[in-house]
Design a protein around this ligand. Structure first.
Ligand code: MSP
Length: 640
């Protein structure tokens, strides 16, 4: 029977749209899932949305929506985004699903019946943002460390879960279970936390304060605390307490989360499982934070990055590669578009892309596009350690992937890519091709290079599935056969001599490291919508800016750039300008419209198109609104 593998992401709150941080975690889980399919495992991959609690009620109110309509809308955004990012989850759970709600009730009742839940009055410092009470010790300068707001004192009667009872057990479990929490730094963090006495967890909220939640099965006046509800998704999605899925996959469970939710996953969750008599999950894999150019991504800073925009501009595989290669799993990283472009150009276009097109063009040039024979007489002398290099790469890769060190796994693959490039340089097939007597050597060298490419195409599959498929198609591998299985990659000489290969293709076009073409952040305008008035200028200085009326003659979208339109305008002369207004305007809206442009702005290249001028628009939360005149005038009329 195939080995099971169960991987989960956190279920995301529906109080915000999906952003780069959510995309990173979900892509990591997808990479782990795909890697396990390469090992012929039986894989189950779960993601979903966390839909109860104060936060959601407040977010819904802000949008003038009922909680039900609101959660449906935002949950759909998450569900529909994942396939766009190449995510192949097996299921999508929502905490408002009735099956999930019923599991929460069952588990609560079970723990209550076992005597681990009690009723008591509590007065404490409550942070509404976090939806939890804080101890004085946990606050920073009297404020919630996450929200930087002062918590409010709240007194209420509530139900408490006797976590303290399980503290010693948990310490032993974390200490004695290899890699239970990994990487090590987070295991240490959890153990450090457990050095202090563990407080019991308040697991209810009175309905007088919050109705949007799961009613406690033993007291109709209370709903369940969101974390107690949410964590159970990992078992409810498998049909706990019965069912094949639960039986098969739960023993092989691995969670992926960021460091922000280490405590609920590393402390509350194992104790909940223990108290409910459910086996403890296998691994908690904790990663760091994706920051944006060194600051935390946040709505108020207006630097929230939309993953779909990056995918649309740079391509899905390049985007996935960048996240997995650039972020050291476990540590924080600083995202910047400049480093994304650099990686595309160096690792993808240069190292991998060049190797691929170099080798394939040689197959066409020297062997008429047909995989050559391996000549046994020269096989050994032409090999130059390439087979051993491939085997080392696969072994290192497998170990690193298994232990969630994805950046190291990719580094091992790129080490092999560089060895392949060196092999081309050292064997110099173009020299071999000059002499008839070297024909056999040429044949072996090219065959070895094709084998190397086959292995690379398999190893990159979890991170770049589309590129893997494209490479395999050009290597003449049958798409119906699975050439991604690790065992198959380990078998040298799997390419069939005599196979005719299609013409070469460019895997990754180079990206111009031009000015940032598209604003990939959302909410940046919100923060800047009414920035401070700029420093004073003189009339003379203002006079340098040549504002003109222009009539739009033609407008079109630009492939791969969602926010941008290319406009042909008339201002007495024809001009091309590129404008980031596609969010709010279609090409049809614009033709015939008179707009205002800065006519003497230095031309700039955006998305490979030279823009000769810039249009003027008011920009706020809803995006750009074009400046207009109240009656038509001649194109080219200046504004003074
Ligand atoms: N609903 C809870 C999780 C319940 S799981 C039983 C929650 N939701 S969340 O929407 O806030 O998601 C938090 C998770 O989103 C993080 O743990 C991480 O996986 C991902 N990220 C959100 N922002 C992130 C970054 N800036 N960087 C990396 N990942 C981040 O907490």
């Amino acid at each position: 029977m195939a080995r099971p593998f169960y991987v989960t992401t956190p279920i995301y709150y529906v109080n915000a749209r999906p952003h780069l941080g959510h995309a990173y975690t979900t892509i990591v889980a997808d990479v782990a899932a795909r890697f396990h399919t390469m090992r012929a495992c039986d894989v189950y991959f779960l993601t979903g949305t966390d839909e109860h609690g104060d936060k959601v009620v407040r977010a819904a109110k802000k949008e003038n929506m009922t909680p039900r309509n609101y959660v449906d809308t935002i949950s759909r955004l998450f569900r529909e985004l994942w396939p766009e990012l190449g995510i192949k989850n097996s299921a999508f759970i929502r905490t408002t699903d009735s099956a999930h709600m019923s599991v929460v009730e069952q588990v609560l009742q079970k723990i209550y019946d076992a005597g681990d839940i009690y009723f008591a009055e509590y007065e404490g410092l409550y942070c509404f943002g976090c939806e939890r009470f804080y101890t004085e010790r946990e606050l920073e300068n009297g404020k919630c460390p996450d929200h930087e707001t002062e918590p409010e004192v709240i007194k209420e009667s509530n139900y408490f879960f006797k976590m303290s009872r399980y503290q010693d057990w948990l310490v032993d479990h974390i200490r004695n279970t290899p890699d239970f929490i990994r990487p090590q730094r987070y295991k240490n963090e959890a153990l450090a936390f457990l050095k202090e006495p563990l407080e019991d967890l308040c697991i209810s909220r009175p309905k007088s304060r919050l109705k949007w939640g799961i009613t406690l099965p033993f007291d109709n006046n209370y709903v369940t605390y969101v974390w107690f509800d949410a964590l159970l998704n990992y078992v409810s999605a498998l049909g706990y307490p019965t069912g094949d899925l639960f039986e098969t996959f739960w023993p092989a469970s691995q969670h992926v989360v960021a460091k922000d939710i280490l405590k609920p996953h590393g402390i509350y969750w194992p104790i909940m499982l223990k108290a409910a008599g459910i086996p403890i999950y296998k691994h908690l894999n904790v990663h760091g934070y994706c920051n944006i150019e060194d600051s935390k991504m946040s709505k108020s800073l207006g630097n929230v990055v939309e993953p779909i925009e990056l995918k649309n501009i740079y391509g899905l595989d390049a985007f996935r590669f960048f996240l997995i290669r650039d972020m050291v799993f476990g540590l924080d990283s600083s995202f910047s578009e400049a480093s994304l472009v650099q990686r595309i150009n160096s690792d993808l276009a240069n190292d991998l892309g060049n190797l691929f097109s170099r080798v394939l063009s040689m197959v066409h040039k020297y062997f008429d596009g047909v995989v050559p024979e391996v000549e046994p007489t020269v096989e050994a002398e032409c090999e130059l350690g390439l087979v051993a290099n491939a085997q080392t790469a696969i072994a290192d890769y497998e170990g690193f992937m298994e232990s969630f060190q994805f950046h190291n796994a990719l580094q091992a693959v790129w080490k092999f890519i560089s060895e392949m490039n060196k092999y081309v340089d050292v064997t110099a097939p173009w020299e071999l091709a000059k002499k008839k007597s070297s024909r056999k050597s040429l044949s072996v060298v090219i065959y070895n290079l094709l084998e190397g490419l086959r292995i690379i195409s398999g190893l990159i599959y979890p991170v770049m599935p589309d590129t893997a498929a494209k490479m395999q198609k050009h290597l003449g591998l049958d798409p119906k056969m699975s050439f991604y299985h690790l065992d198959q990659l380990k078998t040298w000489k799997s390419m069939k001599p005599g196979t005719r290969l299609p013409k070469s293709t460019v895997l990754f076009p180079r990206v111009d490291p031009v000015e940032k073409a598209v604003d990939t952040t959302v909410g940046r305008q919100a923060a800047d919508s009414r920035p401070e008035i700029k420093p004073e200028i003189t009339l003379e200085e203002f006079g340098k800016i040549d504002l003109r009326v222009a009539t739009v003659i033609h407008a079109e979208r630009i492939p791969r750039a969602k926010k941008i339109l290319k406009l042909e305008v008339d201002l007495g002369q024809k001009r091309t300008i590129v404008a980031g207004i596609a969010q709010n305007y279609t090409p049809e809206d614009l033709v015939g419209k008179q707009i205002i442009i800065v006519a003497n702005l230095k031309p700039a290249k955006l998305m490979g198109i030279v823009s000769n001028g810039m249009l003027i628009a008011a920009v706020d939360d809803s995006g750009p609104t074009l400046a207009a005149l109240d009656k038509p005038v001649d194109p080219g009329t200046p504004l003074r």
